[in-house]
Design a binder for this molecule. Structure first.
Ligand SMILES: Cc1cc2nc3c(=O)[nH]c(=O)nc-3n(C[C@H](O)[C@H](O)[C@H](O)COP(=O)(O)O)c2cc1C
Length: 191
């Protein structure tokens, strides 16, 4: 077994596993559409379906969520990588990020924030609570939200999970680098 080595928390990326990337779409109080990539997203309850999002307060996304109490979590595929990067460009709040990134808004079923047509799955969310993470992590909040509607591209209704996730082709990231999903390695019945 390898010997353990202490690591400065600044080098966290050496220890973490890459996380999936979602695109969060929101609408401002002035009805301007916004998109941003988010990696700090995690389900915290499956039934009811509740998710958490870690956000800096200086994001337009954060402001829109605080103002409107809703957002859509969209799943982009690896094909959309360049557009995902464009949604992270620091553009003025008055500019529509769908136009900037070349993505298409479609109406959501239950919230005013639009879904992103080119993405494969859409979690329409309403906030339950938003809180500061800690005094030390100033300007960083955790958002807890309930998924009130969910939609998926029709061609992704497949029982075969390998095929389904393969077609979905999610993006993972860590710091500056992107990855794709690895291979199927087994199931929960294995001992
Ligand atoms: C792949 C990726 C993942 C990101 N994840 C987060 C995140 O989880 N939380 C966060 O506050 N910012 C995150 N960011 C940074 C924001 O997406 C970025 O600052 C963006 O410009 C914010 O846009 P907005 O001001 O339109 O909301 C991420 C950026 C990238 C490229």
């Amino acid at each position: 077994m390898a010997k353990k080595k202490e690591i400065d928390p600044k080098n966290y990326a050496l220890c973490f596993i890459p996380v999936p990337v979602y695109l969060i779409s929101t609408i401002s109080e002035d009805n301007i559409f916004n998109i941003a990539p988010y990696g700090m997203v995690m389900p915290v309850s499956y039934n009811p379906l509740i998710i958490s999002v870690g956000s800096a307060r200086n994001r337009d996304t954060y402001k829109n969520i605080v103002d409107t109490h809703e957002f859509v979590l969209n799943v982009p595929s690896t094909e959309l990588l360049r557009k995902v990067n464009r949604t992270a460009d620091p553009i003025p709040s008055e500019d529509d990020e769908f136009i900037h990134a070349g993505l298409t808004p479609i109406d959501s079923k239950t919230v005013k924030a639009p879904r992103i047509k080119e993405c494969s799955a859409h979690f329409e969310c309403k906030t339950i609570w938003i809180r500061e993470i800690s005094k030390e992590a100033k300007n960083r909040d955790i958002i807890i939200a309930k998924v009130v509607a969910l939609s998926l591209d029709k061609n992704l209704f497949l029982k075969n999970i390998c095929k389904q996730k393969g077609l979905m082709s999610p993006i993972y990231y860590e710091r500056d680098s992107y990855f794709t999903l690895g291979s199927y390695i087994g199931n929960r019945r294995m001992r």
